[in-house]
Design a protein around this ligand. Structure first.
Ligand code: NAD
Ligand code: UD1
Length: 350
């Protein structure tokens, strides 16, 4: 049984990936500092294993920060000695708030870049050179003509968060060219992950105030926030509100599993792929869909544009579809339903 290290595995996307990997029979080792997640995720993941008896033993959890080199050295050494060396790493740990990154850029370079360099160094030392990295559509910056963004589009981040991701991709590209180490790397550029597992047992649970739209919409629908502030109705889009490519987190998680298996099969050295649905949805369309499928009201008000926003960000996902043989299966209604179901089952989070 292969042991996969998942950094940031108790976070929103990481927890769903863990579930998909467990269902496929992998042993998983989660490393997370819990700066933006809860240890209850581990208990929830174990619930899914109950029917599979011994499967509970396939989940290891180590609390720690990737910026701490001693922690990483001892982690790799301990698992190596136990005969549980890591066959691959899915690296999700990092900070992700665009807004915060513009206010505290050094924090972002520290968490995202230093954490990643520490991880890559120790992976090299232990000859664990299979990696799936969480990149972001934000590295593309803005496109003037509102057309689909493919992987060859200009890399032009407009905030510190985006720069950390673009810089890490550059480092990964350099590593993939080294002759003495056999790196196999997939950098997955997520568009806008939303939704939750249909069971309502795991979902998005930011510990700080959410910035992303879906967690805010659920709070408005629940009456915890009076109204959604729509950041601009004067964008160059049909209804004037921003258009994004929302993708169900389970589709995203399945994209990771396939990427991982292709890497383990040695099918490519370095690949950068957009994970999105290629369908654009405006803020108004998102609100309407959420209201319709969940039979709730989401009051809103137009406000000024938010700094760093773009009008349109939608993936050309044809490369991921052809290389991974992967198709996002869940539509916007399912994303809205699962987000609300997660919230209703866990109004206080984990
Ligand atoms: P999240 O905050 O829910 O998960 C990230 C996890 O990493 C958290 O559990 C946090 O505690 C942990 N972490 C952060 N810094 C750490 C460190 N130095 N050491 C150990 N653990 C640390 O975020 P998410 O939405 O699950 O995002 C996962 C990854 O995907 C991130 O790298 C993010 O940049 C990327 N991404 C997210 C989105 C999105 O909209 N959610 C979009 C594109 C890319
Ligand atoms: C951005 C990045 C994405 C990154 C993510 C991390 C771009 C194009 N995308 O997502 O790659 O991973 O941040 O956080 O840079 N909105 C409102 N009111 C709100 C919140 C949001 O109107 O209260 C609107 C935004 O203006 C935007 C849409 O909703 O049009 C989605 O916003 P959000 O969920 O924050 O994600 P992005 O900013 O697209």
């Amino acid at each position: 049984m292969k042991n996969i290290l998942i950094t940031g595995g108790t976070g929103f996307i990481g927890s769903h990936i863990c579930l998909v990997l467990l269902n496929k029979g992998y042993e998983i080792t989660i490393v997370d500092s819990l700066i933006n997640s809860s240890p209850v995720v581990i208990e929830r993941l174990k619930e899914f294993c109950k029917s599979g008896e011994k499967n509970v033993n396939r989940i290891n959890f180590e609390k720690g920060d990737l910026r701490n080199q001693d922690f990483l050295s001892s982690l790799f050494e301990t698992y190596y000695k136990k005969g549980l060396k890591f066959d691959a790493v899915l690296h999700l740990a990092g900070l992700k708030s665009v807004k915060e990154s513009t206010q505290e850029p050094l924090k972002y370079w520290d968490y995202n870049l230093i954490g990643t360099i520490n991880l890559l160094k120790i992976m090299g030392e232990y000859r664990c050179t299979n990696l799936v990295f969480s990149s972001s559509a934000t590295i593309y910056g803005s496109k003037k003509d509102n057309t689909l963004i493919d992987e060859y589009s200009l890399i032009n981040p407009i905030n510190a968060y985006g720069y950390t991701k673009a810089t890490i991709e550059r480092i990964l590209e350099d590593l993939s060219k080294t002759k003495n180490q056999k790196w196999r790397i997939a950098s997955l550029r997520y568009f806008n992950p939303v939704g939750a597992h249909y069971s309502g047992r795991i979902g998005e649970n930011p510990l700080d105030n959410p910035n992303n739209i879906l967690p805010i919409i659920t709070k408005v629908a629940a009456g915890l926030i009076d109204e959604l502030k729509i950041f601009g109705n004067d964008w160059d889009t049909p209804d004037g509100t921003g258009i994004r490519d929302y993708i169900h987190v389970m589709d995203l998680a399945e994209g990771h599993l396939i990427s991982l298996e292709k890497i383990l099969n040695n099918e490519f050295k370095f690949i950068k792929l957009n994970l999105g649905t290629a369908k654009g949805t405006s803020v108004l369309e998102l609100i309407k869909t959420f209201e319709k499928v969940n039979k709730v009201k989401v009051p809103y008000r137009y406000c000024l544009r938010r700094d760093g926003d773009v009008a349109y960000s939608v993936a050309d996902n044809s490369l991921a579809k052809s290389i991974l043989n992967w198709i996002p299966k869940r539509d916007l209604e399912e994303m809205c339903r699962d987000s609300w179901n997660w919230y209703k089952n866990n109004p206080k989070g984990f």
